[in-house]
Write a protein that binds this ligand. Structure first.
Ligand code: COO
Length: 264
């Protein structure tokens, strides 16, 4: 069975047991505004209930996977009133993705930054092109990671290396991310489609129900810790978004200059 559905900012194509979900705000480097967050959640909730789908693939249309939260609209969109609602939507999206009873593979080309990188970390397997730009760089605009990234990074690389990565906020290419254990496979630039197809076909030739049962055991033993971290991030981000450093980080990004942080 094949089905295609286009929303405003997400494209869905189901072909047999594989559902391909594509972030589709290419003009904004697939930056995650509230429309994209809500449409992605709607698509994932629909797929969660579809027994015919066993694999979900997440990719980005255009130049890159996702530049993370939309910095240019962040101050205007995330007002006092709706900031907590946005954080709750992000939490619901990440929990839905992390606990999805399907095998989730993310394909990254170009940028995967901030919450964009965080969404990838919530999947089971990440393939990125060698020239990708991966960055857990919330610190660049005076924020802490959200979307459960403190938990998701700790799962992959441990607390000490997660703290260093978060505090550093550097942009990494594929090989460095692979060496750090942040992604699972690196492919040549332009070969992402081929690598995703090879991985997905390989999974369908294995006892995928056993693979999904293993995922379920890890999810059931870990999800309470993810939920706790999401709550702590919501409380922490509420404080960070009212700092002068956050406003300076956004302003400097928009003006394309180095920020001058004051520690307040
Ligand atoms: C980015 C990157 C690492 C991508 O680097 P590139 O060198 O590939 O692309 P550019 O930095 O040149 O950006 C291209 C384009 O996209 C540019 O706009 P123009 O100058 O008008 O062409 C950027 O301003 C724009 N862009 C890039 N990222 C964003 C964006 N617009 C809006 N929002 C975002 N995020 O260099 C980079 O590091 N981007 C910032 C990553 C980031 O800090 N993300 C947000 C963290 S906070 C969060 O995710 C959630 C909070 C709730 C991606």
């Amino acid at each position: 069975m094949s089905l295609s559905q286009t929303f405003e900012t997400v494209q869905l194509h189901i072909d047999g047991k594989i559902a391909k979900v594509q972030l589709n705000r290419p003009k904004a480097l697939n930056a995650l505004d509230t429309t994209l967050l809500n449409e992605l959640l709607e698509v994932l909730q629909k797929l969660k209930k579809d027994p015919s789908v066993l694999i979900i693939e997440l990719t980005g249309e255009g130049k890159g996977f996702s530049a993370g939260g939309d910095i240019k609209t962040m101050l205007s969109e995330a007002t006092e009133e709706n900031f907590l609602t946005i954080m709750d939507s992000i939490s619901e999206l990440v929990v839905t993705l992390y606990t999805m009873p399907k095998l989730v593979v993310t394909g990254i080309h170009g940028a995967a930054a901030g919450l964009g990188f965080g969404l990838a970390l919530a999947s089971d397997y990440i393939i990125c092109e060698e020239s990708s730009k991966l960055a857990m760089n919330f610190i660049g605009i005076g924020l802490i990671p959200d979307g459960g990234s403190h938990f998701l990074l700790q799962e992959r690389i441990g607390t000490v290396d997660s703290k260093k990565l978060i505090w550093n906020g550097k942009i990494m290419e594929g090989q460095e991310a692979l060496m750090k254990g942040l992604v699972d496979e690196v492919t040549s630039t332009g070969k992402l489609r081929e690598s995703l197809d090879r991985f997905e076909e390989g999974c369908l030739q294995k006892p995928i129900l056993a693979m999904l049962k293993t995922k379920e055991i890890y999810v059931e033993s870990n999800k309470e810790r993810l939920i706790k971290v999401l709550e702590l991030e919501k409380q922490g981000q509420t404080l960070m978004r009212s700092t002068e450093d956050h406003r300076e980080g956004i302003q400097a990004f928009i003006e394309k200059r180095k920020p001058s942080f004051k520690g307040k």
